[in-house]
Ligand binder design. Sequence first.
Ligand code: NCD
Length: 354
Amino acid sequence: MTNNNWNRHHILSLADFEPAEYNMVLQTAASFREVLSRRTKKVPTLQGHVVANLFFEPSTRTRSSFELAAKRLSADTLNFSPGISSLSKGETILDTAKTYLAMGADMMVIRHREAGVPQMIASEMDRLGVRLSVLNAGDGQHEHPSQGLLDLFTICSLFDFDNPHIELLRDKKIAIVGDILHSRVARSNIWSLTATGAQVHLAGPSTLLPRLFTDYVGDQQQVTGTGSPIPQQQFSIAPPPSSITHRKLFVHWDIEPAIQDADFIMTLRLQKERMAANLLPSLREYHQRYGITRDRLQLCKPDVKILHPGPVNRGVEISSDLMDDPKLSLIAQQVTSGIAVRMALLYLIGSGRY
Ligand code: NCD
């Protein structure tokens, strides 16, 4: 395995990811998936490296997945919990990061409820001239790049398990349904899935899906359905330019046109902790209008598959029996894929020329 062509020091966003970078992540993850299928699932690749997991916000999957990925690569891991840390004594986030740097951390995996915190720490590390890489594990409503990449890996692997690459998704129809407004997973997936040439259809109530969301990728696309639009959200971090210009992104306030003939449906959790009051009439009504049910799947392609980043509100975003149906649900595969993809990310930024 070689990473000579990898030039990215931090992974903060997928907005400026190039096709070759996506493919390098997918191919590297496929190699690590093979390692994970062996009896001895560990390789010495990052021996002597220190990965600090700084999760300022609760997490089950992402945190455990990064930790296991680092351990499978033989790195040493440091885990930080805000509740039992010096943050409660008034230390700033930046000072916390610098403390881990002084302990020898050379990679930091950062999750924070405010957009931009991983970027801020990365900029400070660059300013100090230190060789430390930052991985964004979810910042506010902004982005969750490793989730976007593991979803991409999960989907591409269905078409070519040994050689997953983005071209496999050209012209596939992928619906992302639910609370798009508050979802960093949706934002990262919009970048990665539209980079493949797939058609990405967003669906949700107008209060959770601003009309001009399509501006997010710099394109004007059609909006269908009825609803009362709320003003366009100001995104806190402007996307950097990318060579991918023709992204196919559509907004629907009704679910039917979004899932009609869809190859994949990605449902998203209703993020009650990030929601202002009164954005939804009731969870029951939400399920009736936007919930993924067996009846609704009749509209999709016959071999449609369902994704959800978790955690799931059972019976709200998706009916409980669908979630547990291995013929339809990719939820468990997403979690498994996450380890190989995060190994790939740590490997690419950790053992490169930086
Ligand atoms: C997501 C997150 O925290 O952004 N979950 C995850 O990382 N797998 C989605 C969510 O919280 O709903």
